[in-house]
Unconditional design. Sequence first.
Length: 504
Amino acid sequence: MKKLISVLLAALLLLSTASFAYADAENWKDLIDEERYEEALPLVQADAEAGDPKAVYVLGRFYFYGWALEQDYDKAMELFLKASEMDYAPSMQMIGYMYDAGVGVEQDYVKALDWYRKAADLGEYYTMYNLALMYQYGKGVEQDYAKANEWLLKAAELGNEGAYTALGYNAMMGLGFEQDGKKALDWYQKGAELGDPTAMFSIANIYDEGLGVEQDYGKAREWLEKAAELNYPWAMAALGAYYQVGRGVDRDEEKAQEWLRKAAELGVSVDDEAIREMMGEDGDDVILSDDASDFVLLSEAVPDAILEIRYYSTYNFVGDRIDGYEEPLAFLTKEAAAALREVSDELTAKGYRLKIYDAYRPQRAVTNFMNWALDTEDTRMKEYFYPELEKDVLFPQGYIAEHSGHSRGSTVDLTLFDMKTEKEVDMGGTFDYFGELSHPDYTGITDEQYQNRMLLREAMLGHGFKPLAEEWWHFTLEDEPYPDTYFTFPVNSDSLVNPEAQAA
């Protein structure tokens, strides 16, 4: 499947870090499972007062989630700390989560890491999974895929289905492992055996793409159906696409609409245009490649450009350094870089320099975005990048996509820098702001701001780039050399065999 399946492997990381096992106190566990919180509360309180660490922890969850009590993060933390003093590992994990996500406390990855480690030392396998994510994304610790995989292996051995799926993803993408589709399939199958629909969905992707196995749309559909039976909306959307275009099944518009409706009811809306992109108008699948031989270092190819690689920093809509951005560098295909050099030369003569926010974007970074978009609790950067929108609409409305043109290597995000004032040119809006303000033709800005946008736009179009209707900063080379290939190599100096020679 051209778009949806190949990247929604990202959902493997969406096993909620706030999902913990309940204590085994039968007198209130079933009531909580049935969401009969008011009935369960006095029983939990009684056991907590009697000194049961499990009950103290669960009472903290009542305050954390506002179950039959007014939501109170301070009280929740107090109870989690009390249970932690009694060596109750799930409480330590919950404290780690609060620091990790910045819920009720100031976000502090170092403290989160410390609490996660304490819980993991006591054998809490959900925490081992969380520790793996800290290393996976470099949160509070240097990014280390091998270390992430160590913790994932420990969690998987103890039966954490999400860990198996994460291991499969890392094997598929070559993160801490040699890239190995067959090993990925093995991990995914173990996760699927434990009932993880994300693993089932990922197996469907492998058969759909023919990644390390013979391509088999029939098997892909079977795995999608298994995931859909577990109410996995992405699988439902993919099945709708299968029936709509006749992939591995006879075309059936009625069944297509039925699956798409079910997916929409669970928050995943896919329109006809998105389906065409997912499947490819010509029926071909997306091509993944780690071959960086046709890419150049932008600082060499366009020496007057200023680099401010936002996804290497934490000042971006996610709030973390993005997966795959290992150095503050920018790459483009040779063709796109040559065209951008022409733009730079033209604008330099007019007193401006190009300022680059992003260029080539590894596929794993797009996966990181998908992971973030589906975690609706993480809204740290909302006031800066999407104050007018709720986070849960960002994916359905297309602000976050399953694939990005940036991963094809000929797309660049940029603005202008005025050499006279030594400041960025005022474009009437900031990079990566989600909303109408970012549309190039937005009329709610001043004439000067609009003309500044047009100055950049006209220069880019004049040298072979095409714009995006929703983002004034985004341009793609019209005759891009790899229109169907999405690259996976990370942004670091080792990815280019000889950057100086390639840039010459």
